[in-house]
Design a protein around this ligand. Structure first.
Ligand SMILES: Cc1cc2nc3c(=O)[nH]c(=O)nc-3n(C[C@H](O)[C@H](O)[C@H](O)COP(=O)(O)OP(=O)(O)OC[C@H]3O[C@@H](n4cnc5c(N)ncnc54)[C@H](O)[C@@H]3O)c2cc1C
Length: 442
């Protein structure tokens, strides 16, 4: 049966944290809108993460301003399901007009009239504005060096769930950002022999002088940094809220049994080669760690804060053998490696977006989320406006900025000259949903 076309002022695509934040701000500003989501609210937190994942930041920090985590100590780390429940509760709190189970297949700019035509699994939607909140981590990326080996099972970190999910045998984890390092740690604790391939990384202390690193990055202005520091473009951040939260310390991981190796370079048959840059990567990570301690000490001193000194935080463990005599080649068959986990990040997929807002490599052209295609917005992407943009506490502020832009544009579109005022005609960018149904909007 053909479904009636919906007309709405603003359509938000995706109901993860970014979509929920958009809906809150649009609701506050009285902008008629609809959020469509192909799965469920905060689906990524429910089903696209491993079982034991907890938030990287404490509950007081990794949340939106309007709601605290119920029944959770503010310094504790919410489990992935608690984060998903939180966003669902948040959306319910202000009755966000979210329609789940709607897959957006195509967005096209209208010609000769304002707005966009959006083709969805449930029919067409006409919207003056479209906000793309489909997430920063859509497509798991496995680099082309991945070997074609029948004897080794290869998965991306997005597919990893728990140690029991892997075959018996050793594991090579490629990538030591927050995902790789936490997965490697969990596998080693479950009794597996683990090789962890470590590239360039930052590793802030989990906490220093009674303050979590999230607090330090906040007061030191780091979350608000507007551009990646030169040379840090490919540097990942290794932090963990697991087991109550702890500093990621690669030497400790090695002393506990994980074999550290450098960046994974290539495969030849069953032999994998690693770059000889392990010591350098670890040293740079130490520099980053110690620089944060220095900045924190200076901040405490400058502001006369009464926070207890923590000199032991500066003591580094002795170098493990895998660091002083790094393995440059490993025969996976001989080492009994039965699994490789590629913790190598994600990319985005905007192939369904038929608009003039993507550059040659398919990345959005935008300024703080306001794209080069009038009426089209992006929210939730890394460094959209600042370092915090892809994180829970950052996306809410970006959503507010984008909403303000939409409201401003609505003011222009609502303008009527004298003759039009006399005629009292309805606004072309009219914000009321049309007479058509709102597809079961709650
Ligand atoms: C392993 C991991 C751990 C993380 N931990 C933290 C953390 O502790 N703290 C923190 O602040 N951040 C964390 N992040 C980063 C970030 O907070 C999450 O990735 C978060 O899920 C991003 O929210 P989002 O709303 O932008 O995107 P998503 O949560 O991915 O939501 C996008 C939604 O859009 C929907 N969608 C996509 N395409 C379409 C379409 N065509 N039609 C309809 N719907 C569509 C999807 O189904 C999805 O529900 C983590 C990320 C990862 C990968």
């Amino acid at each position: 049966m053909p479904v009636e076309t919906i007309r709405i002022d603003t359509l938000v695509i995706g109901a993860g944290q970014a979509g929920v934040a958009m809906s809150e701000h649009l609701s506050r500003q009285g902008v008629p809108h609809l959020v469509v989501e192909r799965n469920r609210i905060a689906e990524a937190w429910r089903t696209a993460r491993w079982d034991s994942l907890v938030a990287n930041g404490p509950a007081w920090h990794d949340r939106f301003p309007g709601l605290e985590f119920e029944g959770l100590d503010p310094d504790a780390f919410a489990s992935k399901d608690q984060v998903a429940d939180y966003f669902e509760a948040y959306a319910n709190k202000f009755k966000a007009p979210i329609r789940t189970g709607v897959d957006v297949r195509r967005v096209e700019r209208n010609t000769g009239r304002p707005g966009f035509t959006v083709d969805t699994s449930e029919g067409l939607i006409e919207a003056i504005n479209v906000v793309v909140a489909t997430g920063p981590f859509q497509r798991p990326v496995i680099p082309p060096i991945a070997p074609d080996m029948a004897t080794v099972r290869q998965i991306h970190s997005a597919q990893y769930r728990n140690p029991a999910h892997l075959a018996d045998g050793a594991v090579l984890v490629v990538g030591a950002g927050s995902s790789g390092v936490q997965i490697a740690d969990e596998l080693q604790r479950a009794g597996k022999q683990v090789y962890l391939s470590v590239g360039a990384h930052d590793r802030p202390p989990r906490a220093y002088r009674n303050r979590d690193f999230c607090w330090w990055l906040g007061v030191l202005g780091e979350w608000d940094a507007e551009a990646v520091k030169p040379g840090k473009e490919h540097v990942t951040i290794a932090v963990s809220g697991a087991r109550g939260g702890h500093t990621v310390d690669f030497r400790r991981l090695a002393h506990e049994g994980i074999t550290l190796v450098g960046l994974t370079r290539s495969f030849n048959g069953s032999v994998v080669s690693f770059e000889s840059n392990l010591a350098e990567n670890i040293a740079r990570g130490d520099e980053n760690y110690l620089a944060l301690l220095d900045a924190a000490d200076a901040y405490i001193e400058r502001n006369g804060l009464d926070l207890p000194p923590e000199p032991e935080a500066r003591r580094l463990l002795p170098d493990p053998e895998c660091l002083t005599q790094p393995i440059l080649e490993l025969d996976l068959a001989e080492a009994g490696v039965s699994s490789i986990i590629w913790a190598t990040g994600y990319s985005v997929d905007y192939s369904w977006l038929k608009v003039d807002a993507l550059n040659a490599s398919g990345k959005p052209r935008h300024q703080r989320g306001v794209s080069s295609e009038p009426g089209l917005y992006f929210v939730g992407l890394p460094w959209l406006s600042r370092r915090g943009s892809a994180f829970i506490w950052g996306v809410w502020h970006d959503a507010r900025h984008i909403t303000e832009h939409i409201v401003k544009q609505r003011t222009y579109l609502d303008y009527r000259d004298a003759s039009q005022r006399v005629a009292q005609s309805p606004a072309p960018g009219s914000t009321q949903p049309s007479k058509t149904s709102l597809m079961g909007v709650r």
